[in-house]
Ligand binder design. Structure first.
Ligand SMILES: *[C@@H]1O[C@H](CO)[C@@H](O)[C@H](O)[C@H]1NC(C)=O
Length: 210
């Protein structure tokens, strides 16, 4: 009995997102109720448009300082993804464009290059902090394990396009530079000067950037 309980508890802890308890649970955007995920709308009222998204063939606008643009298709854009534990993005890169170091708190990511040449990598956790990176060509696939900091950079002369899928309906994203130097309110400079071994004025400079 005790062993069964332990086994059950462990299997729950290992699952990334709970398995669905019905065919589907289309997110009801009108519901004011807050649950872990989104409330279900009446399944009898669900139809094809709840399971549908259009426009992933369209290039994202990369005219920004990073030279990259993410087009997400998660439960916020596609309500039928609620409780299914999957989602995806399209990422466009201008020449030299970068998707800066970030991590997804709730999902591993499987990433494939449709066009162009991308240098991608992730860093293992403390204390090794080993960079595992590779240059990817069209058709190549790479995986970023859940919670690890990763990046992509366009190395080619032309634009690059990637599609990535996640093991979460809403993987979330934490961009390191924005979270550390652009938090609302700022992390105390006494913390950042020690953490980054930088002078106060450099910290001020970085905070002003974000
Ligand atoms: C792309 O974004 C830039 C900067 O926000 C904007 O000036 C430009 O009009 C946009 N281009 C298109 C095609 O939407």
């Amino acid at each position: 009995m005790i062993l069964c309980l332990i086994a059950l508890t462990c299997s729950t802890a290992l699952a990334f997102e709970p398995s669905p308890l019905q065919d589907f649970c289309v997110a009801d955007s009108a519901s004011p109720a807050l649950v872990n995920g989104k409330f279900c709308k009446d399944p009898k009222l669900a139809d094809a448009k709840d399971f549908f998204y259009s426009g992933l063939h369209l290039p994202g606008n990369t005219s920004n300082f990073l030279g990259s643009k993410i087009t997400p298709v998660n439960v916020a854009q596609l309500p039928g993804l609620n409780t299914l534990g999957i989602s995806m993005v399209r990422i466009d890169f201008a020449p030299c464009g970068v998707n800066p170091p970030h991590y997804h708190p709730r999902a591993s990511e499987i990433f494939t290059v449709l066009e162009g040449t991308l240098h991608v990598g992730f860093v293992t956790s403390n204390p090794e902090n080993r960079l595992i990176s590779k240059v990817l060509l069209k058709g190549d696939v790479f995986v970023f394990p859940m919670g690890l900091i990763h990046f992509q950079r366009n190395m080619g002369y032309g634009n690059a396009i990637a599609i990535a899928a996640f093991g979460s309906q809403y993987p979330g994203s934490v961009t390191i530079a924005n979270a550390v130097f652009g938090s609302n309110c700022n992390i105390p400079s006494e913390v950042l000067t020690k953490a980054f071994q930088l002078d106060n004025n450099v910290i001020d400079y970085l905070e002003a950037k974000f």
